[in-house]
Design a protein around this ligand. Structure first.
Ligand SMILES: Nc1ncnc2c1ncn2[C@@H]1O[C@H](COP(=O)(O)OP(=O)(O)OP(=O)(O)O)[C@@H](O)[C@H]1O
Ligand SMILES: [Mg+2]
Length: 262
């Protein structure tokens, strides 16, 4: 489904590489957690997959292959067809997705209609169905609300609903629960896992919380300073990590709803 093959990412031509020798093979319906401290390059990796590296960022070596086709040579048009429909992304607080001064309904239906030919009413109905699937109470009310009228957890569910509208094969989630309290965080984590069960969505979840990484991930990748220090199946990483860094992270694991999942 997704193959990241030994990529190097640089911001600017003659600078030191930000990411070096990053590889990842992912199958359909698999969840991969990427964990690591601030600045380790987690966001850079998933932005590279989505073709959205900011500020002169570029994959200078290696390849990223999605469904048998390299993404690096994609034209603008090909990206427009892929993003939102085949590969989509959710953000830390949905801030990058949701406009704070417009009601949810207007922006959600616009979002749907930029991707698919549909009447306003059809788009509205589809949006409501997706919100209900995310277990938002009273989808119609949410649609008629401004973002600030919703709680952080509700806004994040709206963000996930939008990202899942076209049942993407790959969902990239950059710290989707970091802005939330622990209980809401646990709910969102469970909901993302249900998406995988229901839609067979593959998910890359970026987090600095090894508890979340361990709970969700079939595979875990641990990064430090742009390099992978540990990678493999969940149980291998949790019980037989190679690096001292990973061992320390696991020893300091936080809890979810009072349970220690590691
Ligand atoms: N727009 C940019 N221009 C230049 N360099 C950048 C840019 N974005 C990131 N970098 C470089 O890439 C490194 C990794 O950044 P990245 O955002 O991928 O880390 P991260 O692991 O997601 O951190 P955080 O947990 O804080 O989100 C940074 O330390 C910085 O040196
Ligand atoms: Mg980041």
């Amino acid at each position: 489904m997704l193959d990241i093959k030994d990529i190097t990412v640089k911001y600017g031509k003659n600078t030191k590489a930000t990411i070096e020798h990053f590889s990842l093979h992912m199958d359909s319906g698999e969840i991969v957690s990427i964990v690591g401290e601030s600045g380790s390059g987690k966001t850079t990796v998933i932005r590279a997959v989505l073709g959205l590296l900011p500020g002169g960022g570029e994959v200078t070596e290696g390849d990223i292959v999605f469904e048998g086709k390299s993404l690096l040579a994609n034209s603008k048009k090909e990206w427009l067809d892929l993003r939102g429909s085949q590969i989509s992304m959710i953000f830390q607080d949905s801030g990058a997705m949701i406009n704070p001064i417009r009601k949810i309904g207007g922006q959600y239906t616009d979002y749907i209609r930029t991707h698919k030919k549909m009447s306003k009413q059809e788009a509205w109905n589809l949006a409501c169905r997706m919100l209900e699937r995310m277990r938002l109470p009273s989808a119609e009310n949410v649609m008629k609300s401004y973002p600030f009228q919703l709680s952080g957890g509700m806004r994040q569910r709206v963000g996930i609903a939008m990202a899942m509208t076209f049942e993407p094969k790959l969902l990239l989630a950059d710290e989707p629960t970091s802005a939330l309290d622990v209980t809401t965080q646990a709910q969102i984590v469970r909901q993302m896992m249900e998406l995988r069960d229901e839609f067979k969505t593959s998910i890359i979840i970026v987090t600095h919380n090894i508890g979340v990484a361990a709970y969700m991930g079939d595979k875990i990748i641990v990064m430090q300073n742009g390099a992978v220090v540990d990678a493999g199946d969940r149980d291998k990483i949790l019980h037989h990590a190679d690096s001292e860094y990973t061992k320390k992270l696991i020893a300091a694991v936080p809890t979810l709803e009072g349970f220690r999942y590691v």
